[in-house]
Design a protein around this ligand. Structure first.
Ligand code: DOR
Ligand code: ZN
Ligand code: ZN
Length: 389
């Protein structure tokens, strides 16, 4: 059958068993620059077989994976070992998922950056502790990281929550009180200051508050090379969802207010957000069932993001052009990824509910369970092969 592609070309694809009536469109397959596929060390949460299946089911054929593994990926040997395991697991999955990796920053491993520079998408810096033990919270150590990354023209991706602020709030009862908005605002200001000082390419992971958006807007105006990422959970969930989700909604940085949701949408449509990254961070239901604060932070997201966005498009909150820009064009450019001709075929009119039993991620649950969404991926073309979903 003939399918219209996003760039107004027509392609012929053998998808005979898809209904003639469906409203099909081919988009460039998505790129997710922020996933935690848990290898090595937490394969009971996810591995690259289940991760690749989840990615493709969500319309993604390229991912960039985070280094907060066990052991953390902080040097050349660790990087090579991780690649070897990933390649084996992908081979077994039969899915030629494209991927790149971050190197984790520690307080003294900046001497490794040069060795790894050709092998990585960038450096990942945790300014506040999250899952795993990667943390660089002293400014003098962060300075060395920003300086060396700038010298090598490496991008620095930051988890920007201020460790001291979080620790001062530790007596608080709620996750969003402990990991307050001030913690995020303070760390983002500091990261921007360092990026400006050293002329480092800065990637702000998961910005979640209206104030962070204002800081990004100012920095962009001043010519700082800064890219802002938002996640689906900070766009489509907020504090009101805690009642329903409990610790399933526990994530770093935390879910914020409806006003923050609105500010993030406004920022998307004002052109201040560069990328939608899922921060796919699976934990098992058993782990999530531990009482707070022993429950781990993180939510899966790679399988539902595109459908959430297509549904938002259906509701006129975002255009298709914007979706393609934030999930394909910008990540491709910002991370300088090789071009490919992978596509995702979406049915813009297909209405389906998010169901845990349909998910491919090993953790087997979604914070978006029960949502009826209009617009779903129905097939992916990966490395010139069609994979029907
Ligand atoms: O909620 C989170 N989960 N935030 C992070 O920064 C890490 C992630 C994880 O790896 O579980
Ligand atoms: Zn993070
Ligand atoms: Zn993350």
């Amino acid at each position: 059958m003939k399918i219209k592609t996003y760039a107004n070309k027509i392609i012929e694809i053998d998808l005979n068993d898809l209904s003639e009536n469906s409203n099909l469109l081919a988009l460039p397959a998505l790129i997710d620059p922020h996933v935690h596929f848990r290898v090595p060390g937490a394969e009971h949460k996810e591995d690259w077989q289940t991760g690749a299946r989840a990615a493709v089911a969500g319309g993604y054929t390229t991912v960039i994976d985070m280094p907060n593994n066990n052991p953390p990926v902080i040097n050349y040997a660790g990087l090579m070992e991780k690649k070897k395991i990933i390649n084996e697991q992908l081979k077994r999955s039969g899915l030629p998922l494209n991927y790149a990796l971050y190197l984790g920053a520690t307080k003294n491993n900046w001497t490794e950056f040069e060795k790894c520079a050709q092998q990585i998408a960038g450096i990942k810096l945790f300014m506040g502790a999250s899952t795993g033990n990667l943390l660089v919270d002293k400014k003098e150590d962060q300075e060395k990281i920003f300086a060396e990354a700038a010298r090598l023209n490496l991008l620095v991706a930051v988890h920007a929550e201020d460790e001291a602020t979080i620790n001062n709030n530790k007596q608080g009862l709620f996750h969003s009180v402990i990991r307050s908005r001030e913690a995020a605002i303070k760390a983002v200001s500091q990261a921007l200051e360092l990026a400006k000082k050293y002329k480092t390419k800065l990637y702000l992971c998961h910005i979640s508050t209206a104030e962070e958006i204002n800081l990004v807007a100012e920095a962009k105006k001043e010519g700082v090379t800064v890219y802002a990422e938002v996640t689906p959970h900070h766009l489509f969930l907020n504090e009101n969802d805690y009642d329903r989700l409990g610790t399933l909604g526990q994530v770093n940085p935390p879910l914020r207010t409806i006003k923050d949701n609105q500010a993030l949408w406004q920022a998307i449509n004002d052109g201040l957000i560069d990328i939608i990254g899922t921060d796919h961070a699976p934990h098992t239901l058993k782990e999530k069932a531990k009482p707070y604060p022993n429950s781990p932070s993180g939510v899966p997201g790679i399988e539902t993001c595109l459908s959430l966005l297509l549904n938002a498009c259906h509701e006129s909150k975002i255009t298709l052009n914007k979706i393609v820009e934030l999930t394909h064009d910008n990540p491709q450019k910002i991370f300088n990824l090789p071009k490919n001709n992978d596509l995702v075929i979406v049915d813009l009119d297909l209405k389906k509910e998010v169901k845990n039993e349909n998910l491919k991620t090993k953790c087997g649950w979604s914070p978006f369970v029960g949502r009826a969404l209009t617009g779903w991926p129905v097939a992916v073309i990966i490395n010139n092969k069609i994979k029907k979903l």
